[in-house]
Ligand binder design. Structure first.
Ligand SMILES: NC(=O)c1ccc[n+]([C@@H]2O[C@H](COP(=O)([O-])OP(=O)(O)OC[C@H]3O[C@@H](n4cnc5c(N)ncnc54)[C@H](O)[C@@H]3O)[C@@H](O)[C@H]2O)c1
Length: 302
């Protein structure tokens, strides 16, 4: 089977989830390059999954692979998109929070006809936000509910002297724009970024964060109002089997997105369509550098 050659940037828990998904064999993609600021993390993946991949720099990875997958962290996003542009590769970005304050990176990729795939991550309902946007949206509100131990000790609460250990009833601990939410609670950055980039932007998207002593998992509710009507979507997340700090759905959505990207890549290769031609044609179907479609306890992330 012809496969898309993937350069994985970030060899942590989500990187391992990509390896597990690819090992099952139904996604037409293979990892050919591993990049991590800690070489030992890349070595671990190489060994555990018996990959035939090289451990290399981002630059070498972009030169070798057909496609880059970022699951490293927000600080890596700009360099991954820049490398993708330099080497004319499409890429998938998991750390969408890294795009929140630099949306111009998406525009830059678009100008260079590089497709940036953005999975919906730890939240569902993004497809409805995107569809609603076409007709005009009035408001988008994201409410994140977490057990108190998942929020305790965050700098925002510590700075305000807010303690949650004796909380008996749900307490709204933050209300503001998505932009303010990301600054106050960086661990919510990806979900807030996904919702605001898909909808009405980080300034106009409202975010509420609730510490709920009765909550047993992290949940995210989106309420969207627009010309289409009203949408409510609730996602209740279990942690990844390999990482209590990350929602399993985030990894799974990355894998689903990789599957779509790889299948499209392979199909175009089979059709013998050269990259420049299919990229131009793609604009009509799927906007380059735009959304495609689209936890647990104790110190949890999204
Ligand atoms: N979209 C979502 O809903 C969502 C949900 C959870 C996590 N994420 C993102 O995915 C990222 C990875 O999550 P994880 O659970 O695998 O984290 P992790 O800490 O287990 O793994 C991250 C790996 O990336 C490496 N790394 C860090 N900075 C790097 C850089 N600049 N270049 C190369 N490697 C680098 C680290 O050494 C580590 O091995 C998170 O940082 C977060 O931004 C997104």
């Amino acid at each position: 089977m012809f496969k898309m050659r993937v350069g994985l940037v970030g060899c942590g828990n989500i990187g391992a989830d990509f390896c597990i998904a690819l090992q099952k064999g139904s996604i037409p993609a293979e990892i050919v390059a591993l990049t991590d600021i800690e070489r030992s993390r890349a070595e671990l993946l190489l060994r555990n999954f018996q990959l035939s991949a090289s451990i290399c720099s981002l630059e070498e990875s972009a030169a070798t692979a057909d496609f880059l997958v970022e699951c490293a962290g927000p600080d890596a996003v700009e360099s991954v998109i820049d490398a993708a542009i330099r080497h004319k590769r499409d890429c998938l970005i998991l750390s969408i929070g890294g795009l929140m304050t630099t949306p111009e990176l998406l525009e830059k990729a678009r100008r260079h006809t590089i497709q940036v795939w953005l999975p919906s991550g730890a939240i569902a309902g993004v497809d409805g936000v995107l569809a609603g946007r076409e007709g005009g949206l009035h408001s988008v509100t994201l409410t994140t509910r977490k057990p108190p131990e998942g929020l305790e000790g965050t700098p925002y609460l510590a700075g305000r002297g807010i303690h949650l250990e004796d909380l008996k009833i749900p307490k709204v601990i933050f209300e503001g724009s998505a932009l303010e939410a990301v600054q106050a609670f960086p661990r919510n950055a990806n979900v807030a970024a996904v919702v605001s980039l898909a909808g009405i932007g980080p300034q106009r998207t409202r975010v509420r964060i609730i510490a709920d002593p009765r909550a047993t998992m992290n949940s995210h509710e989106i309420v969207v109002e627009g010309a289409f009507g009203r949408l409510t979507a609730v996602t209740e997340n279990l942690p990844s089997p390999r990482n209590a700090k990350s929602s399993y759905l985030a990894s799974l959505s990355g894998c689903a997105e990789l599957r779509t990207a790889a299948e499209a890549f392979v199909m175009r290769r089979k059709q013998g369509v050269n990259r420049n031609r299919w990229q131009r044609r793609d604009h009509g179907v799927r906007q380059t550098a735009d959304f495609p479609r689209g936890s647990a306890h104790g110190g949890v992330g999204e």
